[in-house]
Design a protein around this ligand. Structure first.
Ligand code: ADP
Ligand code: ASP
Ligand code: MG
Length: 825
């Protein structure tokens, strides 16, 4: 014999039931088959609601009954040929009438006992099993309907009754051995329902039809138990939480039991025990894809290389902690705690005890929080009064995360990897437990972190194909736009070459915010952004924190201080920050240092290569030198693409172009800050040399840098247009600067210089210099930057970095490279 169990969605509609019929017809060709069914999907919930409404005196219960009735009548009409319908329709109506009179009773009494609730809820399985039985009859397939209530005997713990295994097993065996029953090839039985010694209907707990299947299978020593559901087997994680969850072809009873105990809903936890004892293989199969092999659960764990079989989680948990000095060394404390909970039928899901015996901590269902507190505080009342023990501490909104695999005991480092990956993603672990059999490691974390945690763990332990990174961009102007286009072009390559799946999940400009946690379609992001809702930077950050996506990277391609001010908040939640915005790194040293240390503390990246010289590898090189033990003696640099452009193009007016006109051209070509005085006045160069000096280890501030500027003071007054007008007036001044240099055969360059004596004394200055043809700086064209590092390892001839130091395209590519660096940490 074999047992096939079909769940709610497998019998949820006439269409689905037709698929069940086909599967069963094939099965009975091979062997006599017991088919166990759940209620049609949603019906158990509806029945529970019905019982609640009726007992609360709410007339709406009548509508619920009508809906339930309609659903079943529709199924009958769709499944049975017209001439065969009437008997089944009236059977359904009769059952519904019975349900209705029960509800009338509840409505009058205004009271709902657990016993009545079980009675009401049992109609779901009764209806589905009888309709499916009638469907087989109508097809001429002989079947016997078996009343599970008569065979499966339980105690009277309604809603979650405990099965009397011995009696049940005897009942089932003698039923199937009876000559009246033993000649059938097909038996139809309702799942979930049973009865107590008095004959009252009981139920086996939500999801209990799986268990019913196992009980029949064990009693008749079936060749197999097949659990038919809506997924193609047990998966490495809940597919609703992890898009990329993978089917597990084979798993051991122990592993399946652990996974289901810790929340894998695909199989109800008590199901495994009875079949495991008889060594009956269990298949998990998909009714909607019957040819898929599914999962086989059997005695041994497969001897493959997967030492982690799956990850599961239970969301609504509360953590109870009993603490106190009075607990140390006194035997019986934990027993009293467990007894107090057991007396109230409170199920303990997880236990941890610190070795100091100072505290013991258990995880229970969130619904049991209040009862637990009352029960435990009452049990320890005396110790609480004498301050030997603290009143029970209840932590809500926590969840359990479990990593399961029988082979993990042979693989050191699993928990290191697990907690490392959680830590890197800013997920705080509140409690840890590992079974001594080492089949699982469990962690208690905040409920809000569950989805992220499951996904990062899944990526770490199962993802062979790629790592997903979630990018939020702030700033969608010139550089931001180029960045998005560059990423879009590289997505396929990165996935293939680096196994990185870059998902842009947020794009914001100063007004609008486009968010899509599944990844924004980049083909028309501009239109989508234009149509997106408005929002502030604060709201953008709130969304990022609330989404709590794994491997999140915030990219600042703005020049705003409001954006630079949010980095700390993000880094503290392990969100990496990539910035081309210079404001944060050139703010007071204390703030710069704080951001760097937050990034270290929370395992996030804080990268800003494009703060100096666009995408030229300047900061990266400097970091490499320092990390490998070099020390910087001197940095000399031409760091302003703008000033370079201006002094390369200004010919002292000999070509008819005034200094002001050259500056205007630089602005038109996009090489200047919106207010060009930031460039021409030297401030921008000061910021850059300061950032380099800081990265070289100096605690320097803007006020430590000498600025030998060349702009007359009058140029700093008024608006940008006033500035251009004033420059025209001062043309003679600029011409004089040019002529003096030209007379010496020199060019003008705005040079930044930082020097360190190695003993803590440093100097930094920026200013216009006459550059001889023999200098590295002389042959610097267009908007190129040049940096010379003189160091312990490069004492005479400096290390030289040269190339385009401005422009939207190169800046975007530098930001992109930082994103990839952050992603690969
Ligand atoms: P049925 O009604 O057939 O009993 P359930 O809803 O009880 O089905 O269980 C199947 C569901 O379990 C799947 O649709 C899936 O969403 C969920 N599930 C949770 N964890 C897992 C897992 N590890 N593997 C497969 N399914 C899982
Ligand atoms: N119908 C019951 C429930 O929804 C039992 C089951 O489906 O297994 O919990
Ligand atoms: Mg189920």
């Amino acid at each position: 014999m074999q047992v096939l169990k079909f769940g709610g969605s497998s019998v949820g509609s006439a269409d689905a039931i037709s698929k069940v019929v086909d599967i069963v017809i094939e099965s009975i060709q091979k062997e006599p088959t017991i088919v166990v069914v759940s209620a049609m999907s949603g019906v158990t919930d509806q029945l529970l609601m019905l019982a609640q409404s009726a007992s609360q005196g709410n007339e709406a219960y009548k509508t619920i009954i009508q809906n339930i009735e309609q659903k079943h009548l529709d199924a009958v009409r769709a499944l049975l040929p017209i001439q065969a319908q009437s008997a089944t329709l009236s059977m359904v109506k009769q059952i519904i009438n019975e349900l209705e009179s029960n509800c009338e009773g509840l409505f009058m009494l205004k009271e709902l006992s657990n016993r009545m609730q079980d009675k009401i809820v049992s109609y779901g399985e009764l209806l589905s099993s009888k309709i499916i039985a009638a469907t087989f009859d109508s097809k001429g397939i002989k079947q016997q309907w078996v009343d599970s209530r008569a065979l499966i005997k339980t105690n009277s713990n309604y809603l979650n009754a405990v099965v009397d295994k011995e009696t049940t097993s005897k009942n089932i065996q003698s039923y199937f051995a009876h000559p009246d029953h033993n000649q059938f090839q097909l038996y139809m039985a309702p799942g979930f329902i049973a009865s107590d010694a008095e004959g009252n209907t009981t139920t086996l707990g939500r999801g209990g039809s799986d268990y019913t299947g196992a009980i029949y299978a064990a009693a008749v020593k079936a060749t197999a138990l097949e659990i038919w559901t809506d997924v193609s087997g047990m998966m490495t994680a809940d597919p609703r939480m992890v898009h990329n969850a993978k089917e597990i072809p084979q798993i051991s009873y122990q592993e399946a039991m652990e996974l289901s105990h810790f929340g894998a809903k695909v199989i109800y936890p008590p199901t495994i025990q009875p079949v495991m004892h008889q060594n009956i293989p269990v298949w998990i199969k998909n009714t909607f894809e019957p040819t898929h092999p599914g999962t086989i659960i059997k005695n041994e764990s497969p001897s493959d290389t997967n030492f982690i079989r799956g990850i599961s989680s239970i969301k609504d948990i509360c953590l109870l902690s009993l603490e106190g000095s009075g607990m140390v060394g006194i035997p019986g404390f934990s027993k009293r705690l467990f007894d107090a909970l057991a007396k109230k039928h409170i199920n303990i899901i997880l236990i941890t005890q610190s070795s100091s015996e100072h505290s013991i901590c258990v995880g229970v269902n969130a619904n049991d929080a209040h009862q637990s507190k009352l029960a435990v505080d009452a049990e320890f009342e005396q110790e609480i009064n004498t301050q030997k023990v603290e009143p029970l501490i209840v932590e809500k909104e926590v969840a359990i995360l479990a990593l399961v695999g029988e082979q993990m005991k042979n693989h050191p480092g699993v928990s290191g990897k697990m907690f490392g990956v959680l830590g890197r993603n800013g997920i705080n672990v509140r409690a840890i437990a590992q079974g001594s059999s080492e089949k699982n490691i469990t962690a208690v974390i905040a409920s809000a972190d569950v989805k992220k945690a499951i996904n990062v763990l899944h990526e770490e332990f199962f993802e062979t194909s790629y790592k997903q990174v979630n990018v939020y961009i702030a700033g969608a102007g010139n550089v931001g736009g180029k960045l998005i286009d560059q990423i879009n072009k590289q997505i396929a390559y990165l996935k293939k070459a680096l196994r990185l799946q870059i998902n842009i999940v947020g794009i914001a400009n100063s007004k609008k915010q486009l968010i899509n946690v599944e990844g924004i379609d980049l083909s028309n992001w501009k239109e989508q952004l234009a149509a997106a809702p408005t929002g502030t930077t604060k709201e953008y950050v709130a969304t990022i924190l609330e989404n709590n996506l794994r491997n999140s990277i915030f990219v600042d391609v703005t020049a705003h201080d409001t954006v630079a001010n949010v980095y700390a908040q993000l880094l503290e939640k392990a969100v990496s920050v990539v910035a081309c915005n210079k404001i944060a790194c050139s703010s007071p040293y204390e703030n710069y240092a704080k951001l760097k240390s937050l990034a270290r503390a929370y395992n996030a990246s804080f990268l800003f290569e494009t703060n100096v010289g666009a995408s030229l590898p300047i900061i990266g090189t400097l970091n490499d030198l320092i990390r490998s033990g070099d020390s910087i003696h001197k940095i000399e640099a031409v760091l302003s693409g703008t000033l370079n452009f201006v002094f390369n193009n200004y010919q002292g007016g000999t070509d008819g172009q005034s200094f002001a006109q050259v500056v205007r051209q630089a602005q038109k070509e996009g090489y200047t800050e919106p207010d060009p005085r930031l460039d021409l006045g030297g401030t921008d160069v000061m910021r850059k040399i300061m950032i380099l000096a800081r990265e070289a280890g100096s605690k320097i501030e803007m006020s430590d840098i000498v600025n030998e500027g060349f702009l007359p003071a009058s140029c700093f007054d008024g608006t940008v247009e006033d500035f251009y007008a004033e420059m025209e007036k001062q043309e003679a001044h600029f011409k004089k600067l040019y002529d003096r240099a030209a007379a010496e055969g020199c060019k003008l360059k705005f040079v930044a210089k930082f020097e360190s004596d190695g003993e803590g004394k440093t100097t930094a200055k920026v200013g216009l210099q006459h550059i001889q043809p023999s200098s590295d700086f002389y042959h610097l064209y267009g908007k190129d930057n040049l940096v010379l590092f003189t160091s312990m390892r490069y004492p005479e001839l400096p290390l030289v970095i040269k190339g385009a130091g401005a422009g939207a395209d190169v800046t975007a590519s530098g930001v992109f490279a930082d994103i990839i660096r952050a992603a690969r940490v």
